[in-house]
Design a protein around this ligand. Sequence first.
Ligand code: F0G
Length: 467
Amino acid sequence: MADLAFQRCIDPSCRATVDLADTSFQCPRCGGLLDVAYDWDRLPVPKSLAHFETKWANRSDPLDFSGVWRFRELFPFAPDPTIVTIGEGQTLCQRADAVAAYCGMNPGQVYLQYEGMNPSGSFKDNGMTAAFTHARMTGARRAACASTGNTSASLAVYCAAGGGDPPLRAVIFIGSGKISYGKLSQALEHGALTVQIAGDFDDALRQVQDVSRRLGIYLVNSVNPFRLEGQKTIMLRVLEALRWRVPDWVVVPGGNLGNVSSFGKAFIELQDLGLIDRPPRLAVVNAAGANTFHQLHGRHGLRWNGGAVDRPRLSAFMTAMDAAGGRADTLASAIEINRPVNLPKALRALERCGGVVCEATDGEILDAKAKVGAGGLGCEPASAASVAGLLKLVKEGVISKDETVACVLTGHVLKDPDATVAYHAADPAVFEAKLGKRGVRRASFANRAVQVPNDLAEIVKAIELYA
Ligand code: F0G
């Protein structure tokens, strides 16, 4: 399969190719990002997306059961016997009329793609199963990532459950202080070697890249293009749920910009292969405290420009941010990232799909999260950025109320219960200590616990009053 799938520099003026088994994840000629590329002319491409429905009846084959690998003809880099799956991608795309109403959209127009149902509780498993498979194909013994929590949880799960003799050892780098307990507990529980760096995610990512290079450890951060191949299937499942109809918009939170890059690649390929007529438009939502992409795309007009990204402007921006000691700061800790590694790929995705970028404050994100939760699908703060962003884009007239929108909910509500409990806190001091002092003014949709004396009559009275 090696000559049918390979790695290729994303810069159209470079286009260097790299062997499938290479694990440096950097263009040897220009240092840029790599894609996984395929010789589609020599591969069996399905004639229509409905082809994938044939897999549904085949639940006893783990590869067809997987919500990722049942689409493997659209990322054919791994021979079937090498694939490692733990049943990832059994996720929901749910029509959400209450969320639609909250965002000013018509009923039936908003869908929530709920990736919290994955084995480790976030969308990361879509990509991890692909990267882990590639790691095993290349004979890796150790795999590493820097993480705000979900990548590390996913890696820890795959190393623990993915088998192999010997199994891969997970090495995870986290910044100090910011990782939520839900996510940290997963890394510890599943046996990952956890290295806490005195710095933030951006520092940890820089370190893990150097350490992996020096020690020959397989890197699973989203600079790894195999991760992004697996994440394409999130969009395939959205199309599947909509009976292969392309939505008008896909809205996704932006951190390291792996998802938007992957989604863009998926739609570009589907269109090039004649499997869809047009891509949806993509909207990326940054947290206001970690808004590098919004600033660069929205305020500085940075564009992919057919591959001719204005690099001097990009590096001037980053240098100024470094000089000013700019640090990301948001309660949506999963997307607390100021130096997104996939920025050029994200620009490419937005150009090809006609995308936009916006930002939402922590207060807006937590309100949106409460609305999502009230509708039944609990998500963590970063995930709710997609709904907070949709609300904004509708208000601004960018998205109209009769368009069809899929918002990606990237992680489960139990990942970060601290933020949720503080939001709904009955005690104003708790709200102030956790959220108020971080700039959140109010919890517009708080569901506060009712305080009652330990007395039957009082309890009955309270229930009759409130329910
Ligand atoms: N939502 C959640 C729940 C995440 O964990 C992340 C990223 C994102 C959104 C952003 O996705 O990077 O593709 O733009 N979390 C990474 C981690 C950085 O380490 O778990 P992106």
